[in-house]
Design a protein around this ligand. Structure first.
Ligand code: AG3
Length: 276
């Protein structure tokens, strides 16, 4: 039994699977958790790989610790999407965080990940600082004012219900939802197969936020294996130029470090060209 995600009509990534643990159709998408031979359990939404037990640490550590360590004192954090709980888990490793809200549109993703992928959230859903809302993140962000120190968008590819999350109107609302000095971080697709999407996201986010920098990490199971993230601020120093605070004592990471944080903002010329 094999599963292939196609990155284009002619290229894909293929996994041999041991078994399917869950397969369902929610009001928003097809949801599946499978057990692969090489990458452990894997969450697939509408046929696209979202996370695997083997390489999830790269994406979740980089989407969370880069903004949280670039912010001087993050206390209230919002994760939009991220129903698998991987980002929530990393946010809660910062003891200074008083409240972490996860706003996921699709209850089926949260339910099936809690059941079949518990290693990803690793208890985060039961943390007293965690609030889980099953709601469209666009709506929550629109009615929030100066409410969050950091907003993290952990979405699927910008199609269907995720496409509003990369629109200018959403970026503007996110800016209003940030407390003074707040930071906005989002996954922003891969430069190899999604260059046009990246360019479009970069254009829109820069219209809403005067300070935006992009950074990269290697996520082997995502299209092209190289993934980009945007970090944006309403003012102050450009995010890439902020020296990261050290991780809280005792927090051990496998990909993120202060050195990797700084280096991740070094973009190869072909990526600069995309977001220019
Ligand atoms: N969300 C971003 C995954 C994008 C992958 N795209 C693809 N495979 N075509 C990941 C969610 C993890 N919490």
């Amino acid at each position: 039994m094999w599963f292939t995600e196609y990155h284009s009509p002619s290229t894909g990534i293929t996994f041999r699977m041991k078994r399917t643990l869950f397969a369902g159709q929610s009001p928003f998408q097809r949801v599946a958790v499978v057990e692969t031979e090489d990458f452990g359990r894997m969450l697939i939404l509408d046929g696209t790989v979202q996370t695997t037990e083997k390489d999830e640490f790269v994406y979740h550590e980089m989407l969370v610790h880069v903004p949280l360590c670039a912010h001087p004192r993050p206390r209230r954090v919002l994760v939009v999407g991220g129903g698998d709980g991987g980002c929530l888990r990393e946010v809660l490793r910062h003891p200074g965080v008083e409240e972490a809200t996860l706003c996921e549109i699709d209850a089926m993703v949260v339910d099936c990940c809690r059941r079949f992928l518990p290693a990803i959230s690793d208890g985060a859903f039961d943390d007293p600082r965690a609030r889980v809302r099953i709601e469209d993140g666009v709506k929550l962000v629109r009615r929030s004012r100066r409410a969050f120190d950091v907003i993290i968008v952990d979405s699927t590819d910008p199609v269907a219900m995720s496409s509003p999350l990369t629109r200018l109107s959403f970026f503007r609302a996110a800016r209003e939802a940030l407390a003074p000095g707040g930071l906005y971080a989002a996954q922003s697709q891969g430069p190899l197969f999604e260059a046009r999407g990246m360019r479009r996201i970069a254009g829109a986010i820069r219209k809403a936020f005067p300070r935006v920098d992009f950074y990269l990490a290697g996520v082997p199971t995502y299209p092209g294996g190289v993934w980009s993230f945007a970090l944006a601020a309403a003012g102050g120093k450009t995010p890439a130029a902020r020296p990261p605070r050290p991780l809280p004592p005792g927090v051990e990471t496998r990909y993120y470090s202060a050195e990797v944080h700084r280096a991740a903002f070094a973009l190869p010329p072909y990526v600069r060209e995309i977001i220019r």
